[in-house]
Ligand binder design. Structure first.
Ligand code: COI
Length: 360
């Protein structure tokens, strides 16, 4: 039970700790810190064996259910080194609550989001030297839950691992914050309403890979998915939500079950509205976007995500035709959102929505 769940701490001896990568070699998700958090769940004991411990490999039975039926969920959030060298987390409880929603949909056990924030703070504090100071670099946090019961019957697993691993990261896209080229898929789809598109589960990403490879061959960084029924309405980009500045409005597709409710998406909606921008969550057809581009009304397109932050889109490739947006330049709204969001995340600016959690 959560009330009496104790977290033990086993530290890596100082002389056995890893060398930290230099700021120019961070990449995304390639270097992992010295410690991790791990706990286990089974029907008899609930969550147990909760520990902060050295980063290590798992030994799993080849029949572990995650390998066969994909019961796996995860989150992505970041720790920031900011004002006066302080360390901050951005909306961590919201991430754990979203993970609990994913757990519910995937028939996996839930946990106390509040308690998990406390554990995460302890883990980040232990790994504080891993939080990079370089501009644009952060410590990416990957909470993950997997089904580990060794059995091949199709049913919810009776045993799970929950773990958190950490990696210092640079920009997610090689382009950094320069505009990306995005492939619009009119053949393959990501998710359908009623499915698991709104759940952060590994299978959604596995299913996107085939189309991503086609996009890459066409010189694009990512895929923009259209709705599964009519192949007409915009859904989301592979690793981010998407926004369109058309005339005076900032438009993003609504959360109706097939797209992920991104926390950066939510933060952008709230921040832009607080500046007086007319933000609208509504269905938007690809034809409307392209017509707005032709008429000069489409001013900016950008993706939002924890990894991608604010990622401007400079070109859209649709049915073999490239549509250039805003002369392939980063627009003023994208720039302001990126600057102010990062200033809030690092404690340099007022935090009117109380999103920030100080670690140390
Ligand atoms: C994130 O932005 O944290 C994500 O989960 C995207 C990831 C799959 C790279």
């Amino acid at each position: 039970m959560w009330e009496d769940l104790e977290v033990t701490v086993e530290k890596v001896p100082a002389d056995k700790r890893k060398e930290k990568p230099s700021a120019d070699k961070l990449g995304f998700g390639v270097h992992f810190t010295d410690h991790m958090f791990l706990m286990k769940w089974d029907r008899e004991r609930g969550w147990h064996d909760s520990k902060i411990c050295p980063y290590h490999d798992f030994t799993l039975n080849p029949a572990a259910m995650v390998f066969h039926y994909g019961q796996a969920i995860f989150e992505g959030l970041k720790a920031y080194r900011g004002k006066d060298n302080q360390l901050f987390l951005f909306r961590p409880k919201d991430n754990f609550e979203r993970m609990n929603n994913s757990a519910l949909r995937m028939c996996m056990p839930r946990f106390s989001a509040e308690k998990m924030v406390k554990i995460l703070k302890a883990l980040i504090y232990l790994e504080k030297d891993w939080v990079p100071a370089a501009e644009g670099a952060t410590l990416y946090i990957r909470p993950t839950m997997i089904a580990t019961e060794p059995t091949l019957g199709v049913k919810p697993s009776g045993v799970y691992y929950f773990y958190i691993i950490l990696c210092p990261v640079g920009a997610y896209y090689a382009e950094g914050c320069n505009p990306t080229k995005i492939y619009i898929s009119d053949e393959y789809v990501r998710a359908v309403k009623g499915g698991v598109g709104s759940v952060k589960t590994g299978g959604n990403y596995a299913a996107s890979l085939y189309m991503s490879e086609i996009a890459k061959k066409a010189g694009c960084t990512q895929v923009l998915w259209l709705d599964a029924c009519e192949h007409k309405y915009i859904e989301e980009v592979g690793t981010s939500n998407i926004f369109f500045k058309i005339g005076d409005q900032l438009i993003t597709p609504p959360l109706e079950g097939s797209i992920l409710g991104g926390l950066t998406r939510d933060s952008v909606l709230k921040l832009a509205a607080s500046w007086g921008v007319d933000v609208v969550e509504r269905q938007i057809a690809i034809d409307e976007v392209l017509a707005a581009n032709e008429s000069g009304q489409l001013q900016e397109v950008f993706g939002t995500g924890t990894a991608a932050v604010i990622s401007p889109v400079g070109e859209l490739l649709y049915k073999d035709r490239t549509h250039v947006i805003n002369n392939c330049q980063t627009g003023p709204l994208s720039t302001r959102l990126l600057t102010e969001l990062q200033a809030i995340q690092k404690g340099y600016q007022d935090d009117p929505f109380r999103w920030l959690v100080r670690v140390a």
